[in-house]
Write a protein that binds this ligand. Structure first.
Ligand code: SF4
Ligand code: SF4
Length: 423
């Protein structure tokens, strides 16, 4: 941590904490683990002790940092404006080097570097997974594994149900005068191709001519979350370059990717060749929940979408709730489209998905999910709207495990219902 001790911004950020405890009841990792080191206040104090040389980062220190879900609820309520997300990113980036040297977390690293960052490989894996799911072999494997290792079975539960063929930007006609660009994503494009196609139809219904740049890769959000900061920055540069050439807004269907790409200005702030380009890119990012803003140049407050009648429960991803300040946007959009949308209580905040956190800590993630599932089941709704792929897979797995008939759908699918009278 010596490099961080010499970084005035890091030191200043850590020193801002006045140990007031306001953040503690908002922290989902504290709600699960109940130790000071797993609260935001405790982690900031650990970082302070590390840069002051009072503790040497060891396995326990790393575990406390790993137990953080990066939901940034603490940052949102902190009266001292402790830049918690930034501090954690920097600390994780330091620790990932030592982890790698010891070979720990290697599987996560291999998955992120060799698979997630490469769209064709990811699409191939999604196709294979779709075949496995079609043959129902996934159920058989889960059934066999569950008595031997419930934690592994929970990880397998999280594998997404592949929705249609992967999304391929090359199949989308290039408009002469685009009004919006579309971020295809990695997991969204490979595992939720139908959702991406629904989103394009929604943008079309809103009057948009949508440009989908070809050759897009992962935005780097998952890499950043895992502390692979240099890999995340490389993916950010690649993403920025793909979307240059126009200045239209960029729509994304993943709340997590939206937050990451809005953060590119921070990720690349110290890179003289990219800082201005990244900042310009970040200002263009809009989550699909911000569709009303996207529609504004053409038809203020009229998105042109319609939603099937009935009650819809709305889950707010942490990425919407904290930092991006998009609270209530999905709810509003669904109501505009004609649905009776019901906000779910936030409870402990995060549902437990949190990037790869649910796969790394399946039991804790399961525990965090339960109050949300109770709220969904208690809402009386047949459908729950979700705006982030990780949350969607996690909630679907939870509902499936409970034998619930409630369907978890992405917001884009709800805004693009099948034509009731396809005459
Ligand atoms: S709310 Fe902010 S200042 Fe208070 S303990 Fe938490 S991090 Fe520190
Ligand atoms: S980011 Fe979320 S999980 Fe991490 S310390 Fe803050 S509130 Fe807790």
């Amino acid at each position: 941590m010596r490099a961080l001790a010499d970084d005035p911004a890091f030191r200043n950020g850590v020193m801002r904490c006045v140990r007031c405890s306001i953040c503690v009841p908002h922290c989902p990792s504290y709600a699960v683990f109940r130790t000071e080191g797993d609260s935001p206040r405790g982690r900031v104090q650990l970082l302070r002790a590390a840069i002051e040389g009072r503790v040497v980062p060891d396995a326990t220190f790393e575990r406390h940092l790993d137990n953080c879900l990066s939901c940034r609820a603490c940052e949102d309520v902190c009266p001292s404006a402790v830049p918690y997300g930034q501090l954690l990113d920097q600390a994780r980036a330091q620790l990932v080097t030592s982890r790698h040297a010891r070979g720990r977390k290697r599987v996560t690293r291999i998955v992120l570097e060799r698979l997630v960052a490469w769209p064709r490989r990811l699409a191939l894996v999604a196709r294979l997974l779709a075949i496995v799911q079609w043959l129902r072999l996934d159920r058989l494997v889960r059934w066999l594994v569950r008595p031997l290792s419930p934690a592994t079975a929970r990880r397998l539960d999280l594998l997404p149900r592949v929705a249609g063929r992967p999304f391929d930007a090359r199949t989308v006609p290039r408009p002469a005068a685009p009004t919006v660009a579309f971020h295809a994503g990695c997991v969204m494009a490979s595992a939720l191709g139908d959702v991406q196609r629904a989103a394009l139809r929604v943008l079309g219904q809103s009057g948009h001519a949508t440009l989908v740049p070809v050759g897009q890769r992962c935005c780097g959000a998952l890499h950043h979350h895992a502390g692979l900061i240099e890999q995340a920055r490389a993916l950010a540069r690649d993403t920025v370059a793909r979307f240059e050439g126009t200045s239209v807004p960029i729509c994304t269907t993943s709340a997590g990717c939206a937050l990451a790409m809005k953060d590119y200005r921070r990720w690349l702030a110290d890179d003289p060749a990219w800082s201005a380009r990244a900042a310009a890119f970040s200002t263009r990012i809009r989550d699909l929940a911000e569709l009303a803003e996207l529609a504004e140049p053409m038809a203020p407050a009229a998105t042109g979408v319609r939603v099937p009648p009935g009650k819809v429960a709305v889950q707010e991803a942490c990425h919407h709730w904290n930092v991006q300040q998009l609270r209530g946007r999905a709810l509003e959009l669904l109501r505009q489209g004609g649905a009776t949308a019901v906000a779910l209580p936030r409870g402990a905040g995060c549902c437990g998905a949190a990037g790869l956190w649910s796969a790394q800590k399946p039991e804790a993630a399961w525990q965090l999910l339960q109050p949300l599932l109770d709220a969904i089941e208690g809402s009386g709704c047949a459908v729950v709207s979700v705006s982030n792929p990780g949350c969607l897979f996690h909630i679907r797995a939870g509902l499936r495990a409970r034998g619930s008939s409630i369907r978890a759908l992405h917001l884009a699918e709800l805004l693009d219902p099948p034509d009731p009278d396809p005459a």
